[in-house]
Design a protein around this ligand. Structure first.
Ligand SMILES: NC(=O)C1=CN([C@@H]2O[C@H](COP(=O)(O)OP(=O)(O)OC[C@H]3O[C@@H](n4cnc5c(N)ncnc54)[C@H](O)[C@@H]3O)[C@@H](O)[C@H]2O)C=CC1
Ligand SMILES: O=C(O)[C@@H]1CCC=N1
Length: 267
């Protein structure tokens, strides 16, 4: 199966590295093209991928075409490759905010299409990807498309109307979780730790907490209660964080993320 990536930016590279790590396909069965020749050619050469001169050539030579450009150029790219797509190929979009219906409208209503919303942790096999397939993507073809994301982490099939929220609490939230880790790390620096040591401590604590939460099958609140010793230090910290508006800050951040991706305000 030849998988072609249109756009070789941060997210495409994370998926490609995840696929290479998983040995999902031979490296030269991954085709790449993006806006800057020097960039995609050097990237292809570094990892043994196959560089393509144009988006159309990439589409003609791929079984699965992954659209990995930013939303504002997606429509033009789809119009450009429309004639090279046909129902023997699968189109996968990772573009935030573009519906299955719009993807078909810009290409071909008979095309098998998978809309997806991955996150950057795919690079290390720790991704979390939402997917929605159109009615033309079924059976083996659908399984083959889902396998691209299963090779790089967890996959959840969701109705499209949940994609914007998913994107906020997963795609974007990688940055928000890293922001929290950086906050802990800076607090450590305030009290004399070196930044590198503090970041390692904070990151391992976040990793361990997430793994323990999932393994325990408890709710986050139950885990919080286990850490908060009666009359102890942690409950004092939780109360101070809440007094400073932690929950509201996070929800406002998610509101802003959804508003930006949909153009709709929840207020
Ligand atoms: N970065 C992330 O964590 C996530 C990003 N996404 C989606 O992935 C898509 C790409 O995002 P990033 O990788 O962050 O952006 P990016 O800016 O790093 O990459 C965009 C790529 O598209 C290429 N490009 C631009 N115009 C082109 C054209 N006409 N033909 C071919 N290639 C062209 C650029 O050269 C670049 O390689 C977006 O639609 C975004 O919504 C989805 C989930 C997570
Ligand atoms: O920031 C963005 O627009 C993309 C979508 C989800 C994560 N990154």
């Amino acid at each position: 199966m030849k998988i072609g990536f249109i756009g070789v930016g941060a997210m495409a590279q994370a998926i490609i590295q995840g696929l290479l790590n998983a040995k999902f396909v031979p490296a030269n069965d991954i085709l790449v093209h993006s806006a800057h020749k020097a960039h995609y050619e050097n990237y292809a050469a570094a990892y043994g991928l196959t560089a393509q001169e144009t988006n159309i050539a990439l589409t003609q030579n791929s079984d699965v075409v992954v659209l990995a450009v930013v939303p504002k150029v997606a429509a033009n790219v789809l119009r450009e490759i429309g004639d090279a797509l046909n129902p023997t190929k699968t189109l996968i979009s990772i573009v935030s905010g573009i519906s299955l219906n719009r993807l078909a409208e810009l290409t071909d209503y008979n095309l098998p299409i998978l809309r997806s919303l991955p996150n950057i942790n795919s690079e290390y096999g720790q991704g979390m990807t939402a997917v929605a397939a159109n009615e033309n993507l079924v059976d083996q073809r659908k399984q083959a498309a889902l396998a691209v994301f299963k090779a790089t982490g967890e996959v959840s099939e969701l109705p499209e109307d949940q994609f914007a929220v998913f994107s906020a609490i997963s795609g974007s939230a990688v940055a928000y979780v890293d922001f929290f880790i950086d906050c802990l790390s800076r607090a450590g620096v305030k009290y004399g730790f070196g930044k590198e040591t503090a970041t390692k401590i904070a990151a391992q604590t976040a990793l361990g907490s997430a793994q323990s939460l999932l393994a325990s099958k408890k709710t986050p609140a139950e885990m919080i209660d286990k850490v908060c010793s009666p009359g102890g230090d942690t409950i004092a910290g939780i109360l101070a964080m809440e007094q400073a508006g932690m929950l509201n800050s996070v929800v406002k951040g998610i509101d802003a993320t959804i508003e930006k991706s949909t153009g709709n305000s929840s207020k």
